[in-house]
Design a protein around this ligand. Structure first.
Ligand SMILES: Cc1cc2nc3c(=O)[nH]c(=O)nc-3n(C[C@H](O)[C@H](O)[C@H](O)COP(=O)(O)OP(=O)(O)OC[C@H]3O[C@@H](n4cnc5c(N)ncnc54)[C@H](O)[C@@H]3O)c2cc1C
Length: 368
């Protein structure tokens, strides 16, 4: 079966895909978004950083998503020392961000694109793409094939499509995130808590409907602590602050492997990758969603220029994404300087991974 032809097919309906769709719709483009999920299972990433607001306003999306965002009441962190350092919204311009129920938030943004005219197909996993002689793509999902002039890979950190059309994933080490989730809206506690331990670090965040305590570590550090629920509980017991604030009941646990990963190149003839598909952010930065919105917007502007005949726009996208990623990794590496356990295996591997990315990107900077 054939779907109707479109200007741009966006594969993946996370924040990057939604931002790209809204931007292209603003240019009057015919947009198709194919999303494998139905936004039912919970998603990782509960805190939206303040720079999201101007980006969402630029997309005219702020009023659609903000009612479901719980203002972050402050950040308590035990990072450079054992005791908590408290930061309150009063003193930070733009506040400290918002907590969201991610699956719901992602769906609200993509449904806005649908209301503005995007063709959205959920529950639709794209399994292949092929080049059309003379230009454009065939995009295959289930029994249906769509034709698009341009392809945007917004599939997140696996960059599923880009790697089939010429993007090479690079990686420098990986981490594991294990999140416990309790249902029930927080009553008064809307603060974010971050705590480092020798074997990793934790965040405890409320969402509008849940509380989440997430351990970020790596498989080497957790090797002795299998299975995952045991590892999570043992590491929780090593915290000072998270264990005090986390609910006592056993939570539902989910895990995910997260790589320091980026794509080379992140664009080629007739396609580009945005968001995590182009490069993943350090979870600690709490900036993955902002980066995804930013990349989705600028990637869509690039696609628009390309469709109008500016073929060199694609190489500018590659340069811009690489520059942003390098700045991010430098910032992430700096944040680890002077850390309390420089010789602990996890922190050493994390620092080495960041340094390897920086060395590689500095070595290749200017080659595109
Ligand atoms: C444990 C953890 C905690 C995090 N915490 C935060 C945080 O607090 N704040 C923050 O800003 N960021 C956080 N992040 C990072 C943030 O979640 C990501 O950077 C962000 O989701 C990237 O958005 P994206 O749209 O590029 O990709 P994604 O959000 O991953 O979206 C990709 C979409 O593509 C779909 N898809 C994938 N393959 C296919 C396919 N073949 N066909 C069709 N659809 C497909 C997926 O279902 C998904 O909807 C966290 C990440 C992790 C792992």
């Amino acid at each position: 079966m054939n779907g109707p032809p479109v200007d741009v097919a966006i594969v993946g309906g996370g924040p990057a895909g939604a931002a790209a769709a809204l931007t292209l719709l603003g240019h009057g483009r015919g947009v198709l978004v194919l999303e494998q999920s139905r936004y039912a299972p919970p998603r990782f990433g509960e805190t939206v950083a303040p720079p999201a607001e101007p980006l969402l306003r630029r997309l005219d999306a702020w009023t659609s998503v903000s009612p479901d965002m719980l203002p972050c009441g402050g950040v308590d962190s035990a990072w450079h020392a054992d005791d908590l350092v408290e930061r309150d919204t009063l003193w930070v311009p733009g506040g400290l961000g918002w907590h969201v129920e991610r699956a719901r938030w992602d769906e609200a943004l993509i449904r806005l694109a649908e209301r503005r005219g995007a063709m959205l197909v959920t529950g639709c996993r794209v399994t292949g793409v092929s080049v059309v002689a003379g230009g454009g793509w065939r995009v295959h999902a289930g029994g249906t094939t769509w034709h698009a002039r341009f392809l945007v890979d917004a599939t997140g950190r696996r960059a599923e499509l880009a790697r089939r059309v010429g993007g090479h994933p690079r990686s420098a080490g990986s981490e594991v995130a294990l999140a416990g989730r309790w249902s029930g809206a927080p009553d008064r506690e809307t603060r974010l808590l971050v705590e480092a331990t020798p074997g990793g670090w934790w965040y405890l965040a409320p969402t509008p409907t849940h509380r989440v305590a997430c351990l970020v570590s790596d498989s080497e550090a957790l090797r002795e602590l299998r299975p995952p629920p045991l590892a999570w509980r043992r590491e929780l017991a090593r915290t000072r602050h998270v264990r005090e604030r986390a609910p006592a009941a056993a939570p539902a646990l989910r895990g995910v492997r997260v790589e320091w990963r980026w794509l080379e190149p992140c664009a080629g003839t007739g396609w580009l990758a945005v968001g995590d598909a182009a490069s993943t952010r350090d979870i600690l930065s709490g900036g993955g969603m902002v980066a995804a919105l930013q990349s989705g917007i600028s990637g869509a502007e690039t696609a628009e220029q390309y469709l109008r005949g500016a073929a060199d726009a694609l190489s500018r996208h590659v340069t811009r994404e690489r520059r942003r990623f390098l700045a991010h990794v430098r910032q992430s590496a700096a944040w680890q300087l002077g850390h309390r356990w420089p010789a602990a295996g996890y922190w050493e591997r994390r620092t080495r991974a960041a340094e390897a990315v920086i060395r590689h990107l500095e070595g290749t900077a200017g080659s595109s």
